[in-house]
Design a binder for this molecule. Structure first.
Ligand code: HEM
Length: 329
């Protein structure tokens, strides 16, 4: 295997631009908002402010824990909306000839508008579980768009490396891994929305059996979530190892791969601990935070990979992990 460590010194980094800082701040605030949303749910504070957009008829919450928790979620949502509007304005002002930024720059505010309406409906209809599920899906989608934008806002490819993402097997695998991470999160949200959270107790067994499929729908739903988590973890692991091996050719892939490895490991542990200890509220909240972190990392790996890799003069690209020859050997 070729030693790429020397190649790294050739990669020039750019100071973080105002635009990149803004997209990164919006992504971080959206992540915080998802965690705050989980705290609202697991603390049962969803109706802490029974009216919308005011809280008990006022602009500030009364001295009540549930009202303060719900109000904080709305406050962060307000700050995040302003940041996203700022990102869109700067994208239109200085990046409108870059489809990689313009497309998500148009989609993000549309999803945000839908999210605000969903947020109001969630409260006014007293938290219908499937509306909460769609609310989480929109939040994850907005987060994904902002992570993509903050990676592509870096302009680290300005050094003119050829963009080789079409047909690049590795990039396709990172896209598959990213899609699996999103679908997995939605199966988890379905477990919660359908009331299947307690349908399987214990780990690795479910109610004392390894895979008691076919007993009832709720057990099947949670088992499906668990087994999809194991399969997705397998694909994410292969992708992050492949990413790590290619790190010298893709600026930033080392950090994204490590983040994916750490968040994936933590999330699996949190899931296992949650079902082994009767789903305490703190682990249910951490499970949402972990799922959003795995999603962010999977999007970051895909975004960095699709930004193209830099062929370093005289150094061959790493042998792809997934080749027919490799399968034959
Ligand atoms: C990478 C792995 C995993 C991801 C990304 C993931 C993601 C999620 C998400 C997004 C939710 C919905 C939370 C909500 O809507 O509030 C969820 C719920 C759930 N997950 Fe996972 N999960 C993973 C692994 C696991 C594992 C390994 C287990 C158990 C062995 C598990 C058990 C559960 C349970 C019981 C719920 C319902 C929790 C509740 O009602 O608050 N998950 N998961």
């Amino acid at each position: 295997m070729m030693d790429f460590s020397n190649a790294r010194s050739e990669v020039r980094t750019h100071p973080m631009s105002r635009y990149q800082a803004l997209t990164a701040a919006a992504a971080a605030t959206t992540y915080l908002l998802i965690v705050a949303g989980a705290v609202v749910r697991v603390s049962g504070s969803g109706l802490g402010c029974p009216d919308w957009p005011l809280c008990h008829g006022g602009f500030v919450p009364p001295p009540d824990v549930a009202a303060i928790i719900e109000f904080s979620h709305r406050f962060i949502a307000g700050a995040d909306s302003l940041l996203i509007v700022g990102v869109v304005a700067l994208t239109v002002a200085s990046h409108r000839n870059e489809p990689r930024l313009m497309a998500p720059g148009i989609l993000a505010p549309l999803l945000l508008a839908g999210q605000i309406v969903l947020g109001a409906v969630t409260v006014l209809l007293e938290l219908p579980p499937y509306v909460v599920l769609v609310h989480l899906a929109f939040a994850m989608a907005i987060l994904g768009l902002l992570v993509w934008m903050s990676v592509h806002a870096s302009g680290r490819l300005a050094v003119g490396a050829p963009n080789l993402d079409d047909g690049d097997r590795f990039v396709r695998w990172t896209a598959v891994a990213m899609a699996l991470a999103f679908v997995l999160a939605m199966t988890g949200a379905l477990v919660r929305a359908s009331g299947a959270s307690w349908a399987c107790i214990g780990f690795p067994a479910c109610n004392g059996e390894l895979a008691p499929f076919g007993r009832n729908v709720l057990t099947d739903l949670q088992l499906a979530h668990r087994f999809m988590a194991y399969a997705t973890a397998g694909v994410l692991f292969v992708v992050l190892v492949s990413g790590w091996r290619r790190r010298a050719g893709y600026p930033g892939l080392d950090k994204a791969s490590v983040a994916l490895g750490v968040t994936l490991g933590a999330q699996l542990l949190i899931g296992a601990a949650a079902v082994s200890s009767d789903l305490p509220a703190v682990l249910r909240g951490l499970h949402v935070a972990g799922a959003a972190a795995v999603w962010c990392s999977a999007v970051a790996v895909f975004s960095v990979a699709s930004r193209g890799h830099r062929l370093v003069e005289g150094v061959a690209a790493p042998r792809p992990l997934f080749t027919r020859e490799a399968a034959g050997s």
